[in-house]
Design a protein around this ligand. Sequence first.
Ligand SMILES: *Cc1c(COP(=O)(O)O)cnc(C)c1O
Length: 402
Amino acid sequence: MTAQDYINLEEQLGARIYHPLDVVLARGEGIWVWDVDGNKYLDFLSAYSAVSQGHCHPRIYQTMVEQAKTLTLTSRAFRNNQTGLLYKELLEICGKDMVLLMNSGAEGVDTAIKTARKWGYVKKGIPDNKAEIIVCLGNFHGRTTTCISCSPEPQYREHFGPLTPGFVFVPYGDADALAKAITPNTAAFLVEPIQGEGGIGVPPKGYFTKVNAICRANNVLLVMDEIQTGLGRTGKMFAYQHDAEVNPDILILGKALSGGFYPVSAVVANQDILGLFRPGDHGSTFGANPLACAVARTALKVIVEEKLVQRSDELGRYFLEKLLSIKSKHVKEIRGRGLFIGVELQPAARGARRFCEALRNEGMLCKETHEHVIRLAPPLVITKEELDWAFVRIKKVLETME
Ligand SMILES: *Cc1c(COP(=O)(O)O)cnc(C)c1O
């Protein structure tokens, strides 16, 4: 079969919910992927940060195979010898004392919303069915019916209503707007520390310090969606740590939590919040299964033992500085933290997609986000030399594209 045959199958038989670059991948190793014709590319998307540890990381692979031979799924009707160990190891990293595991990121967000609402009714005394959750313009929290209800993006919502009520919108990066939007019925503020899908939107310095104080003063839960930014991507273990004195009540994790091998998401909080769930309140057949937990345990060990957080910090600074030296009429702004960088193009540049296609022809896979932004987020195992290799190509494309 040719690459075109695979593309035709996808186009004819699958619902077309994505507009992928037409590259048909067959193999991955570390930062590299190969297409069905044997062409090699540097993966600068890392599956939206899910493969921060690199493709087919040998240690995670080993765990996956061994656990797959041993025990994969018990359901939560019974216990197993992996789940509790992941709880313990994950909570040490998060500095919290309770966790609830799900599968996809969107399920994690849904679960966090249920958690915040329950807390609002039981602990804060909000009248039943009146809880409000404040969310930001330009956010992305996933694609379930409730997740799209907390997004103002018309395309995410159109023809999918009626939507879940109870969300209030404020501009991102504006702490005063948050303070004004809070009512006695506000249960939580749900926010990304950097808006990933929104175009690598980095908020003003100190925003979350103020947000944290506002949430404390008003008895509102601060819920951080760290699904894409968490676990080292931005040069800190969690991106909220870029501001001082921020202590979110609820953390939502996913993506790199399993190094790209298996969907695992987590809602992390303290006992006074997650302890409100009773048996039967919530559940998932695959959630917290032993294969997921074994894989996530090793994926976390890789992040810590290979010092991927420090790598992201050091290499991210190095790379951002180099990128800022590029002189291109197309570039409006280059911004980011760690190895989570957005190149925002001028409106006149006619969209980021043609730049991503040009980069593909140079051997680099990137994906545009929100029309005008090229996201640069390679696996965190990348080396300085490999970033230099990529830099030459990015510079060439940005400077020579007409
Ligand atoms: C990817 C993402 C999600 C959704 O995760 P899925 O695993 O695709 O459901 C939610 N929030 C943020 C910030 C994300 O980047």
